[in-house]
Design a protein around this ligand. Structure first.
Ligand SMILES: [Zn+2]
Length: 276
């Protein structure tokens, strides 16, 4: 990929691709700083300077550009930066390299005869059940039976729509799922969304928290992060008839050197018995 693919800032070609003035302004900064990509804070400051005022939606405008340009954030020297790499390429299909699920496993997953999300059944509700990956392949999920569940066509469709809205964060989500400790998976995920100035959806946090071992109380794991000096705010809103929760990180700290859970227990105890 060379920057020859990239239109010049303020060119007609660019204006045809990015209709919003704000995106054109952001593009100019990303283009000029291809060798030294800016952080979100720098992008916001640049925009505020150019436009004579800050814009609350800068993060969203930036994300909307992912569909046109290859510019997803990456971590360099401990901070998230936005390198403009070239034009976005359509994603290669992951289905081709999949081994696939055997008929036996498929039969086993569907044997519950009930949608794992809404509970509807083919017999009573005339829904069609499909095999769904709880954690998608692109986030590091496997074809193991533990990662499969039956979903009705409607629930599966809604889930796919939501997950594709998370595509810009695919790399960060997959990176967070790699950690062995649930606190660290949750924390690193929140940090990734924080770096992109986006609220982390509870739905994604719960999936990533349950990656290597199912977490029936991942909210508790989240609260325990506060013991380590982390903090976050929660917001809830109704979207398409469903109540959605989001988290926004407001403080975070380095991970302890040793076992995270042991350190949390130690700090909890120390707080209870300050003398001891
Ligand atoms: Zn369903």
């Amino acid at each position: 990929m060379t920057s020859a693919d990239l239109p010049e800032p303020d060119s007609d070609e660019l204006k045809a691709l990015l209709r919003e003035t704000e995106q054109q302004v952001i593009y100019r900064l990303l283009y000029e700083r291809r060798d030294d990509p800016p952080t979100m804070t720098e992008i916001e400051a640049f925009y505020a300077d150019q436009a004579g005022g800050a814009h609350a939606q800068t993060g969203r405008r930036l994300r909307d550009m992912y569909a046109i340009f290859d510019m997803k954030p990456e971590r360099r020297d401990g901070v998230w930066v936005y390198p403009l790499r070239g034009r976005a390429t359509s994603k290669p299909s992951t289905t081709t390299r999949r081994k696939g699920i055997s008929a036996r496993v498929r039969g086993e997953v569907l044997s519950s005869k009930r949608c794992a999300q809404c509970g509807k059944t083919p017999t009573d509700d005339h829904v069609k059940l499909e095999v769904d990956h709880k954690i998608p392949h692109s986030w590091g999920g496997t074809d193991d039976i533990e990662n499969l569940q039956p979903l009705c066509t409607q629930c599966n469709h809604d889930k796919q729509a939501f997950y594709s809205s998370m595509d810009p964060f695919e790399d960060q989500i997959r990176a967070a799922t790699q950690h062995k400790e649930p606190h660290r998976r949750i924390g690193e995920l929140l940090k990734a969304f924080h770096a992109a100035d986006v609220e982390a959806p509870a739905q994604v946090v719960s999936v990533v928290a349950s990656m290597h071992q199912y977490q029936d109380d991942w909210q508790r794991r989240m609260r325990e992060l506060r013991v380590l000096g982390w903090d976050y705010t929660t917001s809830k809103r109704k979207e398409n008839g469903r109540m959605m929760s989001y988290y926004r990180l407001t403080a975070f700290a380095d991970w302890p050197d040793g076992n995270i859970r042991a350190e949390i227990e130690r700090l909890k105890k120390a707080k209870k018995n300050p003398a001891g």
